[in-house]
Design a protein around this ligand. Structure first.
Ligand code: APR
Length: 306
């Protein structure tokens, strides 16, 4: 039986008071932050793409085995991200970054929605890269096209960018329909390698399972965490916290004195929290503006009535 005094605090006013008196705030964001923008999460309901676990397509081995399938998956996600709009949660975090003295936001999301909400790049680290960066699959080659927003990326990937009426399922999402056949030569190729007589493919510029995160970025984040002043609050927003090193920042922040605030509609996300911590069982897009209201006021959200 869990003991009552271990339960995290759920009082919004108490959190707002703490935030007002906090100097150093760390945030870790996951796919749940973008759920209200209509982008699917990885795990749990909706975490499947055709008959594949979304995560099983996120490996160099999957790309080597079937680059067309993996590219279709990422072309579809690029298209979805371009169609999506940042939600009130992205805007609230971007605004907090403007107001808080020492704020660091680590996002596992590759969808670019935090940037589009105006989040200061100085206070945002994209742990898992950017889905719009396109780079060479050959590790020896350093070719990269940053933030390529073309949709479709190439004619062969057009099926991933097709629009269907709301009452029809996109064939690309329907596992009973065959996957469009795409020849390797029609996938995007690296121009640098081509000039050297090689035929390397381009790939999305994100971090796949089994790959290392950018070491300079990690050093920078570790240095921020290690500052002697400690950390007042760590926000854990819309993440299953199942993937490392990202998930490890909660313990690191706790060791620096942080009180943890988990924002997640799935109650299992409050596991490990104590009575010093906070838990908000809510949609990030709804609760973040409320939690930060004392600092950010009511920021204007493009396309939304005040
Ligand atoms: N608001 C807040 N949280 C939400 C919402 C919402 N509206 N909707 C869902 N969630 C929560 C879910 O309960 C779940 O705990 O968001 C979490 C999403 O978890 P995952 O799908 O596992 O996503 P994430 O934690 O970001 O995954 C980490 O795994 O595959 C890799 O690289 C990929 O960056 C990703 C990493």
């Amino acid at each position: 039986m869990p003991r009552a005094y271990h339960r995290p605090c759920t009082d919004i006013a108490e959190f707002q008071r703490l935030l007002k008196h906090s100097d150093r705030v760390l945030a870790l964001c996951g796919a749940g932050l973008s759920a209200a923008s209509g982008l699917p999460t990885f795990r749990g309901a909706g975490g499947l793409w055709r008959n594949h676990q979304a995560t099983s397509l996120a490996t160099p081995e999957a790309f080597k085995k079937d680059p067309a399938l993996v590219w279709l998956f990422y072309a579809w996600r690029r298209h979805m991200a371009l169609q999506a709009k940042p939600n009130a949660g992205h805007y609230a975090l971007a605004e907090l970054a403007k107001h808080n003295k020492d704020f660091m936001c680590l996002t596992q999301n590759v969808d670019g929605l935090s940037q589009r909400a105006g989040h200061s790049p100085d206070m945002l680290r994209m742990l898992h890269g950017n889905i719009f960066d396109v780079k060479c699959f050959d590790k020896e080659c350093d070719y990269i096209e940053p933030n390529n927003l073309s949709d479709p990326l190439c004619p062969a990937l057009a099926p991933a960018s097709e629009r269907y009426p709301a009452d029809q399922t996109m064939p690309l999402l329907d596992p009973t329909k065959p996957t469009p056949k795409i020849k390797r030569e029609d996938l995007p190729h690296c121009p640098t390698c081509k000039a050297a007589g090689k035929t390397s493919l381009l790939r999305p510029g994100i971090v796949w399972f089994g790959e290392a995160l950018d070491s300079d970025m990690l050093k920078e984040v570790d240095a921020w965490v290690a500052k002697p002043r400690g950390i007042d609050i760590m926000l854990v927003i819309g993440t299953a916290a199942a993937v490392y090193p990202a998930a490890g920042y909660t313990d690191a922040a706790r060791k620096k004195g942080a009180r943890i605030a988990v924002i997640n509609p799935d109650r299992s996300a409050q596991k490990g929290l104590t009575s010093r911590d906070f838990y908000f069982e809510a949609d990030a897009a709804e609760i973040l503006p409320k939690l930060f209201e004392g600092i950010i006021g009511k920021p204007e959200i493009p396309g939304q009535a005040a």
